[in-house]
Design a protein around this ligand. Structure first.
Ligand SMILES: NC(=O)c1ccc[n+]([C@@H]2O[C@H](COP(=O)([O-])OP(=O)(O)OC[C@H]3O[C@@H](n4cnc5c(N)ncnc54)[C@H](O)[C@@H]3O)[C@@H](O)[C@H]2O)c1
Length: 310
């Protein structure tokens, strides 16, 4: 990717650690300047440390600058966009990777945890897109070919399969995909793409998995062998000129595997054209035509617990 993103300017939220840091590194390696936006918080979103963003930016080199604001605060979004445009003169790439986890079974959760997770994992992405896309759109319109601008939202397979105890996290990640689709539509005429990528990669989050049984121990062992650099390579590809026509898509990257996900569309259908449905007729129609197509309750951990290519 060397040189493919020369002259481009990016912001990466959650860029101080883990998957976000790997993405920031890949963008810098490809020639982009990057604002590393990370408030250095704990996995559960408690506490902050300015050190995380500044250490990451320093390690990335002179084309990276830190931003330590809390992205769940709407004022951080415009401050981050201002910083990128002041430092680099433009903004071409936005990667939303910041996220926190506060897991609880739905029958045990609380509203504060729900709001914190939705605020960081979903609302913060919207705040940043609302602040960044007017700048990106104005830039695109100023060129003749309307062909530049890239947005990548880092989602999770938990948002589409679900996983035990992840009501808030999965809801935010599923919501992020809705945001991805609409952003792709709203910015299509400006030539700005927006895609979602569900990553797999060894980070502090996989490190703290405490296996409760053999299945989870096996999952952790596999997860710990997957470098987040693979995800970063794919995100950098989505940001390159070759990916201009790729938008509104949902991918996953695990090691050297890249998955394209189907998107929910009707897979079966029943209709009554002569009268309203009765309960008995509904039960008969649902059982015969829809039930064979129901989706089972496989979690994402179970669905992806196969040997990774690392
Ligand atoms: N690691 C995986 O296998 C995996 C799997 C599925 C999804 N993801 C997603 O990938 C992304 C990165 O995850 P990770 O495993 O690298 O986690 P991580 O905890 O290592 O990194 C997340 C970073 O985001 C930062 N952050 C959190 N809240 C913030 C806020 N309000 N403002 C600014 N920065 C904030 C944290 O300080 C941290 O450095 C997340 O969106 C996560 O949901 C990761």
């Amino acid at each position: 990717m060397t040189g493919q993103l020369d002259g481009r300017s990016a912001v990466v939220t959650g860029g101080g650690r883990g998957v976000g840091l790997a993405i920031a590194q890949a963008l810098v390696d490809a020639g982009a300047s990057v604002v590393v936006a990370d408030n250095g918080t704990a996995i559960d979103g408690r506490g902050e440390s300015e050190e995380v963003a500044s250490a990451a930016a320093a390690a990335l080199g002179e084309t990276a600058v830190p931003f330590a604001g809390d992205m769940s605060d709407p004022t951080s979004a415009s401050a981050l966009v201002d910083l990128a445009t002041q430092e680099f003169g433009r903004l071409d790439i936005v990667v939303n990777a910041a996220a926190i986890l506060r897991d609880a079974f739905v029958f045990k959760g609380n509203v504060d945890d729900w709001n914190a997770v939705i605020g960081t994992n979903l609302s913060a992405a919207y705040y940043l897109l609302a602040a960044a896309t007017p700048v990106m759109r104005a830039q695109a319109k100023a060129t003749e070919d309307y062909d530049w601008g890239r947005i990548v939202n880092i989602t999770s397979t938990a948002g589409f399969y679900g996983n035990f105890g992840q009501a808030a996290y999965a809801s935010a990640k599923a919501g992020l995909f809705g945001l991805t689709r609409v952003t792709a539509m709203d910015l299509a005429r400006a030539g700005i793409t927006c895609n979602a990528v569900a990553p797999f990669g060894r980070t502090r989050v996989t490190e703290i998995i405490q296996p409760a049984n053999d299945f989870q121990a096996e999952y952790k062992d596999r997860a710990m062998r997957v470098s987040p650099a693979h995800v970063a390579r794919f995100v950098a590809y989505l940001c390159a000129a070759e990916a201009q026509t790729i938008t509104g898509q949902l991918f996953a990257v695990r090691g050297r595997e890249v998955f394209l996900f189907g998107q929910p569309r009707p897979t079966a259908h029943i209709a009554k054209d002569d009268a309203d449905w009765t309960p008995a007729a509904l039960h008969e129609g649902v059982s015969r035509e829809l039930a064979p197509h129901f989706t089972d309750l496989t979690t994402d951990l179970e669905a992806f617990n196969t040997e990774p290519l690392v």
